[in-house]
Design a protein around this ligand. Structure first.
Ligand code: ADP
Length: 167
């Protein structure tokens, strides 16, 4: 079981083995956390992403962290919320699980996630926090995972989900 912590902060600044990027399927960089990660990692990241030929929703691909404190960036395109009838919950879970698998593959022990899909992709926050918390806590490798929440609303949702999971 992976251990989960929730903090408020900027994921480009955290000192972990790998950070996860809420990417788009082209891995082309964009707005939100994706843009912040591309700016902080530097132009070498754009070049590394171009060589990966994109990534399907719910899958994950890894690059070096370049100028970031993190050694690796794990890029996963989460689902765009279309109302919940297009397999969005399963695809969001897949993003978390496949990112954690990438972390294990690269021998990482500490991993940080942003709140995937709850910004521009519009996934309902409380639902996403429940899915993320369960996916991380059910993962069977003992990783140290941090959810890095950019704003108070997001932080509160993940703290609530974590407390609910404790029962
Ligand atoms: P998506 O397209 O998957 O919805 P967004 O980047 O729009 O991704 O939003 C995902 C979450 O990341 C939102 O909660 C947003 O506030 C947050 N976010 C934006 N910048 C950062 C950052 N530097 N560190 C951590 N989280 C961030």
């Amino acid at each position: 079981m992976a251990k989960l912590n929730v903090i408020k902060g900027d994921i480009t600044k955290v000192n972990v083995d790998a950070i996860v990027n809420a990417a788009n399927r082209a891995l082309s960089g964009g707005g939100g956390v994706d843009g912040a990660i591309h700016r902080a990692a530097g132009p070498q990241l754009d070049e590394a992403c171009r060589k990966l030929n994109g990534c399907p929703t719910g899958q994950a691909k890894t690059t070096p962290g370049f100028n970031l404190p993190a050694k690796y960036i794990i890029h996963t395109p989460g689902p765009i919320w279309h109302g919940g009838q297009r397999n969005e919950p399963q695809l969001l879970k897949d993003s978390y699980v496949n990112s954690l698998k990438q972390a294990v593959l690269h021998h990482c022990q500490t991993v940080a996630f942003p709140s995937i899909s709850t910004g521009i992709y519009d996934f309902p926050l409380d639902k996403a926090a429940g899915i993320a918390t369960a996916a991380i806590q059910d993962f069977d490798t003992p990783l140290d995972v941090t959810m890095v929440c950019f704003d108070s609303m997001t932080y509160d949702a993940y703290v609530k989900a974590l407390e609910a999971a404790k029962g």
